[in-house]
Design a protein around this ligand. Structure first.
Ligand SMILES: *[C@@H]1O[C@H](CO)[C@@H](O)[C@H](O)[C@H]1NC(C)=O
Ligand SMILES: *[C@@H]1O[C@H](CO)[C@@H](O)[C@H](O)[C@H]1NC(C)=O
Length: 253
C-alpha cells in the first residue's frame, strides 16, 4: 500500500501540468506487476520505489496510533501529520492503527458489547476501520479519506469505492455486524489494555512500542523529524541529507 502513495504523489508531480491518463487498475496494484505499471504510466516510479526499498536494510521505525474514529484531536493528527509523514517516509517507517481508545467492552456471554466515548456512531466508525484493515491493503488510504471528510461514517462507502473499487461495501458491513468485526474490535481492546504505561488520552502514540511524554510531544510537534532522527540506517534523501533542487514549472503561456 505504501508504494502506491508515493507513486500517486510522484505521478501528480510529474504530470501536474495537463494531467490526463487512465488505466484499469486500482492504485494499490499499480506497482504489483510490470504490466500494470506500464499500463498506468508509472513504470519509472515503481522501479525507483522498488530500488529504494531494496536498499533500506535497517528495521523501519514503528509508529502505532491508538485512537478513536470521531475524536477531533485524533483526526487532526491522523490526517495532518501521520499519513503525510507516512507518504514521505514510507521506506523507513511502518504504522499500526488501533481504533478503540477510551472505549469500554463488556462480554454478554456470546459477544462483546462496546461503548464509545463519542457514542454509537464512533463505535461504528472504529469497527468499519478495523474491518477495512482486515480486508484490504488500501485501508490506510480509505481511513485517511474517511477521517478527512466532514462525515466520517457517511463517507466510508465512497472512500472504499475510490481506493478499492472491487471491494463491496456490503462485505465490509457484514464484517462490521458479524463475529469477525466483534473479534477484531476485541483484539484492539486487548492491545489498548496492554499498553504500558496505560494510555491516559487519545491520540496515544508509541514509537517502536514505547510511549513517553517526550516521544508523544515530539511526534505531535513533528513526527517527520522524529522518524528521520530515529531511523538507524542511512537516512533517505527526504530526511534532508542530500540537497536537491526542483526546477519544473508550469508557465503561463
Ligand atoms: C516491485 O516489487 C514487487 C515486490 O518485489 C514486484 O512484485 C513487482 O513486480 C515490482 N514492480 C515492478 C514494476 O518492477
Ligand atoms: C483477519 O482477522 C482474522 C481473525 O482475527 C485473522 O485470522 C486474519 O489473519 C486477519 N487477516 C488480515 C489480513 O489481517
Amino acid at each position: 500500500m505504501k508504494v502506491l502513495l508515493l507513486v500517486v504523489l510522484t505521478v501528480w508531480s510529474n504530470f501536474g501540468c495537463g494531467f490526463s491518463y487512465s488505466c484499469s487498475h486500482s492504485p494499490s496494484t499499480w506497482c504489483s506487476s510490470l504490466n500494470s505499471a506500464i499500463e498506468c504510466g508509472v513504470l519509472k516510479q515503481c522501479l525507483e520505489t522498488n530500488f529504494t526499498r531494496s536498499r533500506q536494510t535497517e528495521d523501519p521505525v514503528h509508529v502505532a496510533l491508538y485512537y478513536e474514529s470521531l475524536c477531533p484531536g485524533c483526526r487532526n493528527f491522523l490526517v495532518g501529520m501521520l499519513v503525510p509523514t507516512w507518504i514521505m517516509l514510507q521506506d523507513i517507517m511502518d504504522v499500526s492503527l488501533v481504533p478503540f481508545g477510551n472505549a469500554v467492552e463488556k462480554f454478554d456471554g456470546k459477544k462483546y458489547i462496546f461503548e464509545c466515548q463519542h457514542g454509537d456512531e464512533e463505535c461504528l466508525g472504529n469497527m468499519i476501520e478495523a474491518c477495512l484493515m482486515n480486508m484490504t491493503e488500501a485501508a490506510p488510504e480509505i481511513i485517511f479519506c474517511m477521517e478527512s471528510s466532514p462525515n466520517v461514517i457517511k463517507s466510508a462507502q465512497a472512500c472504499t469505492s475510490v481506493y478499492h473499487p472491487d471491494l463491496s461495501f456490503d462485505s465490509v458491513m457484514k464484517c462490521v455486524k458479524g463475529d469477525l468485526g466483534n473479534q477484531l474490535m476485541h483484539q484492539n481492546a486487548m492491545k489498548t489494555k496492554a499498553l504500558n504505561p496505560p494510555h491516559q488520552y487519545v491520540p496515544w502514540i508509541t514509537i517502536n512500542g514505547v510511549h513517553t511524554e517526550d516521544l508523544q510531544n515530539k511526534a505531535m510537534a513533528s513526527l517527520y523529524t522524529l522518524v528521520c532522527s530515529m531511523y538507524k540506517g542511512t537516512k533517505p534523501e527526504v530526511c534532508g541529507g542530500a540537497q536537491r533542487h526542483y526546477r519544473s514549472y508550469c508557465r503561463n503561456e
